[in-house]
Design a protein around this ligand. Structure first.
Ligand code: ITT
Length: 193
């Protein structure tokens, strides 16, 4: 079974990825390997950021690892917040600030189509691989639900009546951008082994 370091400082992503991978790989967090690092992510695309984060941890440790970069892309906002999803409302902002800014910008806009895109960069045995996952949906009029994280309370996936934050974790993970990208990575790893 492969052991992979997950290059993230986001504890919500870590929990989700462990739920998605189950017993198929061993996921080690940065704290598991006692690496306290501010990981750079200043690229202009989510693929670029995923690669930058994974390469940073690989260059420090030489261990098999992967990183996830995710963006919420809203059609009426020309793809924003996109690659700026984490700090959309400014430095030091929290999830609630970001949601408030998105809802303000979407005020009065009828076209509420949006998608989450997740890019995963895997560095395995010194080679680099990229996997993508995407889920389409819409931005709700107000936040709803207490599960998940980030923009989950205002994102309702297509063909569902609940936001991601109103769903149990297994349901979100079964159809989410991250769930899809991680499943692709797991399939690839199982072919390599
Ligand atoms: P790392 O780079 O350390 O992994 P991060 O929080 O900076 O963590 P990203 O840049 O990939 O991660 O994510 C940008 C933001 O997008 C994140 O802070 C959340 O607000 C949001 N986000 C990411 N995944 C999400 C999800 O599954 N549901 C809702 N919002 C999400």
């Amino acid at each position: 079974m492969s052991t992979l370091v997950f290059a993230t400082n986001n504890k919500h992503k870590l929990r989700e990825v462990r739920e998605i991978t189950g017993n198929s790989v061993i996921i080690r967090s940065l704290s598991d390997i006692e690496l306290d690092a501010e990981i750079p992510e200043d690229q202009e695309t989510i693929e670029g950021n995923a690669r930058q984060k994974a390469m940073f941890i690989f260059s420090k440790t030489g261990m098999d690892c992967f990183a996830d970069d995710t963006g919420l892309e809203i059609a009426a906002l020309h793809g924003r917040p996109g690659v700026y999803s984490a700090r959309y409302a400014g430095e030091g902002c929290d999830f609630a600030d970001n949601i408030k800014k998105v809802l303000e910008e979407m005020n009065g806009i009828e076209d509420r189509r949006a998608c989450f895109r997740c890019a995963i960069c895997l560095i395995f045995r010194g080679n680099e691989y990229m996997f993508e996952g995407r889920v389409n949906g819409e931005i709700t009029q107000s936040p709803s639900g207490a599960d998940g994280f980030g923009y989950d309370p205002v994102f309702r996936p297509d063909n569902h009546s609940r936001t991601f934050a109103e769903m149990p974790a297994y349901l979100k993970n079964g159809l989410s951008h991250r769930g899809r990208a991680i499943q692709k990575m797991l399939r690839y790893l199982s072919e390599l082994e």
